[in-house]
Design a protein around this ligand. Structure first.
Ligand code: CA
Ligand code: CA
Ligand code: CA
Length: 405
């Protein structure tokens, strides 16, 4: 019998290296929050929405505005979701996952003068839930550490309004976005691309797998490979097939990308946790997949330039670091910095503001007020000197000095 070859495009969901760069995002209350994995850290899909009773006025009780990066800037923009009194909303991460890192792991971007509390639940599969506490009282971040095990992977978050405020046009919590601070990249690969039908031997075309292998080796942390199938066939045979396929990918990564054997874990889920409807061929094809999650290397040195500096007329400058990538913001007008460490004492990158004396022809983070930036730190990091320029011109203008707080 002739073997059946199926080619379906790789499901590599909106991954690009630039989106991986860490950035700070407005917290809705005058500050900013650092997300090491940048834009991919935020919710990707709405799974379920039960608007509360009473609900909000027309146009606000819809779930989609909660997806993606926090984007609410003004009073009447429909860029947030009002839960309504007792309402609940479940989202899923698809190109990233949530896990426990030191400090807060999850951030709920609630808007408005009063932070209306929500109860937060997380889940690995969308069925079994762990209550990880409440936001509120000015606190919008959640630390999941006391509820989970190390490197547990979560893909679902459910928020439930705790019935604090019944009145008004927007009863219940108003949420702009949900983001995983403790986040990592999730690659989703279609088995049809990697394997011949029903087989666990890698096919000829390894182009995409190779490019993922390069990224995995670049991140150089713990790698988890999860095998999944559709629901055709017995549960045992599906577990077995998903296991053999995940192990084949594991061998490929070890043999071709020098990934340390001890740093790869394999899990076989068979037909569990479907991502699509198993009653259609299209859905079954999406469910036949391998997911690869790479955790950042925790032992990485992240000190030095990290902290808060008194930066004169800029106000306090907060600097964060993920690997050699740098992000920060300053309190005077919420301007951002983004860049990288070019040596242990030098940050080179850009500043971005809402307003400055000059407009550039191009945009950085949707703004045309930006320029080049260089910060040179003293050997003990107690001070820095800033150099800057407008737009594309070099950072050769000497600017303010910073003193570590
Ligand atoms: Ca995401
Ligand atoms: Ca934590
Ligand atoms: Ca939003």
């Amino acid at each position: 019998m002739k073997p059946i070859f199926i080619t379906i495009q790789l499901l590599l969901i909106s991954f690009s290296l630039s989106a991986q760069i860490g950035r700070t995002y407005p917290d809705g209350h005058g500050g900013r929050v650092f997300f090491p994995f940048g834009d991919i850290s935020f919710a990707d899909e709405v799974v379920e929405f039960q608007v509360g009773d009473p609900g909000p006025i027309e146009g606000y009780g819809i779930p989609e505005p909660i997806l993606g990066i926090p984007d609410y800037t003004g009073d009447f923009e429909k860029k947030y979701t009002t839960l309504g009194y007792g309402g609940s909303l479940t989202i899923k991460f698809t190109d990233n996952i949530l896990y426990d890192i030191p400090g807060p792991d999850l951030y709920i971007f609630e808007i408005g003068p009063d932070v209306e509390p929500v109860e937060v639940h997380i889940s690995k599969n969308g069925n079994d839930w762990i209550n990880v506490g409440k936001t509120g009282g000015g606190l919008s971040e959640v630390d999941i550490s006391e509820y989970v095990n190390e490197s547990d992977i979560f893909r679902y978050v459910k928020i439930v309004d705790v019935k604090d405020g019944k009145s008004g046009r927007w009863p219940g919590a108003d949420v702009d976005a949900i983001g995983a601070i403790g986040s990592s990249i999730n690659f989703q690969l279609s088995s049809s691309v990697l394997f011949d039908f029903g087989k666990a031997t890698l096919g000829e075309d390894k182009t995409e797998l190779k490019s993922i292998g390069e990224k995995v080796s670049e991140i150089n942390g713990l790698t988890v490979i999860e095998g999944y199938t559709d629901n055709v066939g017995s549960q045992e045979s599906n577990i077995d097939l998903s296991k053999r396929r995940a192990e084949e990918i594991r061998s490929y990564l070890i043999n071709n990308h020098n990934i340390d054997e001890g740093k790869i874990k394999v899990y076989a889920f068979g037909e569990k946790n479907p991502v699509a409807d198993n009653t259609t061929e299209e859905g079954r094809s999406k469910n036949r997949r391998v997911e690869i999650i790479v955790f950042p290397n925790e032992n990485e040195e992240r000190k030095g330039v990290v902290g808060t500096w008194d930066a004169g007329k800029w106000g306090d400058l907060h600097i964060y670091r993920y690997g050699d990538k740098i992000a920060g913001w300053y309190e005077s007008d919420g301007g951002e910095i983004v860049g990288e460490l070019t040596d242990p004492y030098t940050i080179e990158g850009k500043w971005v503001e809402n307003g400055s004396r000059k407009e550039c022809d191009s945009y950085v983070y949707d703004r045309n007020h930006w320029g080049s930036l260089k910060l040179k730190f003293s050997k003990d990091y107690s001070t820095f000197t800033m150099f800057w320029g407008y737009c594309d011109s070099p950072a050769d203008e000497k600017g303010l000095e910073g003193v570590k707080k």
